[in-house]
Design a protein around this ligand. Structure first.
Ligand code: APR
Length: 272
């Protein structure tokens, strides 16, 4: 009797088979991804002790409006470093498995991501709900600035708004809107800021309507993103967590699969 080939993934093969059965049965699948989905593309996660962004930086200093106003050049240099890293990254097999499934089953899978790296979009996933914005986009520092071109707001008034802004030479290194001179910032959601309303609403609807929510590569530490899993669970959906480590969302899971996204997602989705 030839040896049964070892299952390529950790854990009981029956659990993987069960998860695939549930996915095959689910008419509406919602997927929530976090930084772990991009880890195997070489993009650092946030809270992983050794490699995470936050292990070397203070998020309150870098990913908040206050932090930006205090030292815009430092924050821009950090985001520029992240942009250069992401520009070198390619979607991994996990990103591609999600995109391929969505293309085989139009309208059946809603992809909600906390990631700002654009790798799901690059892999071909349609209609990605980017809860935390997109790293490669810019936006105005003041969200209330009137739409430009021809804005009433001048650069000086923006500088005054900062109250004792840093040395002009430093501020001059901060990118400005070409039309009206207002300083721009990375197009990502910072701590303490609201998520894009329409995106969050669509994500909440998908969570409430899905038959199964697949939670991939997130510690589940940040709301309202993590709250989407509770929404799905409360609405009666099955929750499957894919993560090499335990997460705060595990208590809501019908099944926890302890593996990485690049191997785990193809194992779950390919061929369905
Ligand atoms: N495959 C799947 N998951 C992985 C992998 C992998 N190869 N490698 C690490 N992980 C898991 C870790 O075990 C961890 O649970 O990815 C998760 C990463 O957690 P965080 O670093 O906290 O990232 P995330 O949950 O996406 O953070 C949410 O917080 O800081 C804010 O805006 C930021 O979007 C981010 C949000």
């Amino acid at each position: 009797m030839p040896d049964t080939p070892a299952h390529p993934l950790p854990g009981d093969p029956l659990l993987w088979a069960l998860a695939r059965t549930w996915l095959a049965e689910a008419q509406r699948v919602a997927v929530l991804t976090g930084a772990g989905a991009s880890a195997e593309s070489g993009v650092p996660t946030f809270r992983d002790a050794l490699t995470g962004w936050w292990s070397r930086h203070d998020p309150q200093q870098l990913a908040t409006e206050q932090g930006f106003r205090a030292d815009p050049a430092l924050v821009w240099s950090w985001y520029q470093q992240r942009r250069e890293g992401v520009a070198r990254a390619q979607p991994n097999a996990g990103h591609r498995a999600l995109a391929d499934f969505a293309q085989r089953h139009p309208g059946r899978l809603t992809l909600i991501t906390q990631n700002v790296d654009g790798l799901h979009q690059q892999a071909g996933s349609p209609g990605v709900l980017a809860l935390h914005g997109e790293l490669m986009r810019n936006r105005w520092l003041s969200p209330h600035a009137p739409a430009c071109p021809g804005a009433e707001r001048s650069a000086d008034s923006v500088a005054r708004q900062w109250g004792g802004a840093a040395d002009p030479a430093v501020l001059d290194s901060v990118p400005r809107c070409p039309d009206c001179g207002v300083w721009v910032r990375p197009g990502v959601v910072w701590f303490g800021e609201p998520l894009p309303e329409a995106v969050l609403r669509e994500a909440e609807q998908a969570a409430q309507r899905c038959d199964l929510m697949l939670v991939v590569g997130t510690a589940g530490a940040v709301h309202p993103a993590a709250g989407l899993v509770l929404l799905a669970h409360s609405a009666g959906a099955r929750v499957v967590v894919l993560n090499p480590q335990p997460t705060e969302l595990d208590p809501l899971a019908s099944l926890c699969l302890h593996a990485g996204a690049a191997a785990g997602l193809p194992a779950l989705l390919d061929g369905l």
